[in-house]
Design a protein around this ligand. Structure first.
Ligand code: HMG
Ligand code: MG
Length: 305
C-alpha cells in the first residue's frame, strides 16, 4: 500500500494501460500489456491502473483483464487499481487477487447513460454494494467523476453537479476521487475553479485530477491544479488513450511531460524519467503510433541524413 505523501511529493496515477489501451483500434496482446505495466512499475510508478473488468461487449480491448492482472509482477508498495462498473466486475477482479478497484460515474446524465447505460443515481446505487464488499475484503476503492468540465452530449456541466457527485462517492467510501475532464475541454482557470469548488466539500488530500489533452490544455490544467493544492495527478505514458464513449477525445496528459514539469517545480514523484521516456518510446513503437509525449519526441534518437 502506498505511503502517505509529503507536501513536496506528487503521486502520479499511471492510467495508460487502462485509459490508453481501452481505446486502441486493434487488440493489443496481453503479453504487451503485461510488459507495459511491468516497465511502468519498474520506472518507479506507485499506482498503475492495470485494466478494467467491464463488459467485454462494451470494451473488447480489455476482455483479457484477468490474464493481464494475473500476469503482471506485483511489487511491494505499488497499487494496481482496476476499473469495475458493477458487482460482477468486482467479483471477476477479486477472483484474480485485485487489491484496489475504481468505480466510475459522471457529472453529466447524458454521458453516464452512453458510458455505462445508467443514470448517475443508478450508477451510485451500484457502487454501494461494491464499497461494502470491498470494505469487508480490505480492498481499496477509488472513484472517478467524468465530464467535470464539459460533456460531449449535453455541453456545459453545472459545477454544482460535479461537487454533488464527488461528495457522494467520497461519502460512500472512495478514498480518493479523480476529477476527469473526459473530453479535454477545460482551461486552467476553469480547472482550478472546479477543483476549488470540489475541495470545499471533499478534502483536497482525497482528490486527484485527470485531464485528457484533446485541446492541448492538459499540462497547463495540471499546473494550475497543483498550484491550487492537488497532489495526485492521473497521466498516461506516451499520452495513450481516449474514451470510447467520447468521440474525438484524445489521450490523457502524457506522464513523461507531467513528471518533467513536476520535477522542474521541485516536486518528487519517485519516477525515473529516463526509464519512463524509454517505456513511452517502446509502447509507441509496439502500437505503431506517434508518441504523444513531447518529452518522448524531444529525447528520441535523432536520425541523421
Ligand atoms: P449493460 O449492457 O447495461 O449491462 O452494460 P447488463 O447488466 O445488462 O449486462 C449485459 C451483459 O454484459 C450480460 O452478459 C452481463 O453478464 C455482461 P450477457 O447476459 O448479455 O451475455 N456484463 C459483464 N461482463 C463482464 N464483466 C462485467 C459485466 N457487467 C455486465 N463487469 C455495463 C452496463 C456497466 C456493464 C457496461 O455499460 C460497461 O461495461 N461499460 C463500461 C464502459 C467503459 O469501460 N468505459 C470506459 C471507462 S470510463 C472512462 O474512460 C472515463 C475515465 O477515464 C475518467 C474520464 O476520463 O473522465 C475513468
Ligand atoms: Mg479518462
Amino acid at each position: 500500500m502506498s505511503e502517505p505523501l509529503g507536501h513536496d511529493t506528487v503521486r502520479i496515477v499511471e492510467v495508460g494501460p487502462r485509459d490508453g489501451l481501452q481505446n486502441e483500434k486493434t487488440i493489443v496482446p496481453a503479453a504487451t500489456k503485461i510488459a507495459l505495466i511491468d516497465r511502468l512499475s519498474a520506472a518507479g510508478h506507485r499506482s498503475v491502473e492495470a485494466t478494467s473488468f467491464v463488459s467485454p461487449k462494451w470494451i473488447p480491448q480489455l476482455a483479457d483483464a484477468a490474464d493481464v492482472y494475473a500476469g503482471i509482477q506485483k511489487h511491494e508498495g505499488v497499487d494496481y487499481p482496476v476499473l469495475v462498473p458493477n458487482l460482477q466486475g468486482y467479483e471477476r477482479a477479486l477472483a484474480v487477487g485485485v487489491r484496489e478497484v475504481a468505480v466510475f460515474t459522471a457529472a453529466s446524465e447524458a454521458f453516464n447513460r452512453k458510458n455505462i447505460n445508467a443514470s448517475i443515481d443508478e450508477s451510485i446505487e451500484r457502487f454501494a454494494p461494491i464499497l461494502e464488499r470491498a470494505h469487508n475484503d480490505g480492498v481499496k476503492v477509488r472513484g472517478y467523476v467524468s465530464t467535470v468540465l464539459g460533456c460531449p452530449y449535453q455541453g456545459d456541466v453545472d459545477l454544482r453537479d460535479v461537487v454533488r457527485v464527488a461528495k457522494r462517492i467520497h461519502a460512500l467510501g472512495c478514498y480518493e476521487v479523480s476529477l476527469g475532464d473526459t473530453i479535454g475541454i477545460g482551461t486552467p482557470a476553469k480547472a482550478r475553479a472546479m477543483l476549488r469548488a470540489v475541495a470545499g466539500e471533499v478534502p483536497m488530500g482525497a482528490l486527484a485530477v485527470h485531464f485528457h489533452d484533446t485541446r492541448g490544455q492538459a499540462l497547463a490544467n495540471v499546473f494550475a491544479c497543483v498550484e491550487a493544492g492537488v497532489r495526485v495527478v492521473d497521466a498516461s505514458v506516451a499520452g495513450l488513450g481516449g474514451c470510447p464513449y467520447a468521440n474525438g477525445a484524445t489521450g490523457n496528459v502524457a506522464s513523461e511531460d507531467v513528471v518533467y514539469m513536476l520535477h522542474g517545480m521541485g516536486f518528487a514523484t519517485g519516477i525515473d524519467l529516463d526509464a519512463l521516456v524509454a517505456t513511452g518510446q517502446w509502447i509507441s513503437a509496439e502500437l505503431g503510433r506517434d508518441n504523444g509525449a513531447k518529452l518522448g519526441r524531444a529525447l528520441a534518437p535523432i536520425a541523421c541524413a
